[in-house]
Design a protein around this ligand. Structure first.
Ligand SMILES: [Zn+2]
Length: 170
């Protein structure tokens, strides 16, 4: 029995993978990755042997269809979403301990109904930092995050704190 992480596209785009485990990804999810950094990360992981891209036929898993129809999630899940769940079922049927990484609520719901493990992208595994900066509410002039000024020294408007785009360390 192996610990396997089943990544959806958003997981890898957000830099999630486990270095010391096998990470798997269904080919239709891999095809959704257009972001250059994520594509580079994906290729590095494949070359390092920690990520395997696999195709799966979701029709081979009647349990999945039953749950989709019963729960009303059938329409909410794209074919790729279904493939992500089917890949989890595939690894479970091989006897592995598989955790699917996805922030998609419908995917998580279906996994729960199938008694499969899942985890959100943001809960663990990624290193992400949020930084703050200060800007003038009037003229949008930027100030360092630690400035003691409360009024803009150019236009006199209040200085407010603003969340800077988060930085991800791939
Ligand atoms: Zn100003």
């Amino acid at each position: 029995m192996m610990k396997v992480y089943n990544l959806d596209a958003s997981a890898l785009i957000n830099g999630f993978y486990k270095e010391d485990c096998l990470n798997v990804m269904v080919s239709s999810a891999a095809a959704e990755i257009k972001d250059i950094n994520a594509e580079m990360l994906m290729n590095n992981c494949i070359n390092d042997g920690i990520l395997k891209i696999e195709s799966v036929d979701s029709r081979e898993y009647p349990r999945l269809n039953d749950v989709l129809l019963d729960s009303g999630d059938y329409m909410r899940l794209s074919q790729t979403d279904r493939d992500v769940v089917a890949l989890a079922l595939k690894y479970e049927s091989m006897g592995h301990d598989v955790v699917t990484i996805s922030d998609d609520y419908s995917i998580q719901n279906v996994l729960k109904l199938l008694n499969l493990k899942f985890q959100g992208v943001y809960t663990k595994g990624i290193s992400q930092t949020v930084t703050w900066q200060k800007i003038c509410k009037g003229c949008r002039r930027e100030y360092p995050g630690d400035t003691k000024l409360i009024e803009c020294d150019v236009c006199g408007s209040p200085i407010i704190r603003k969340r800077r785009n988060s930085h991800r360390n791939y």
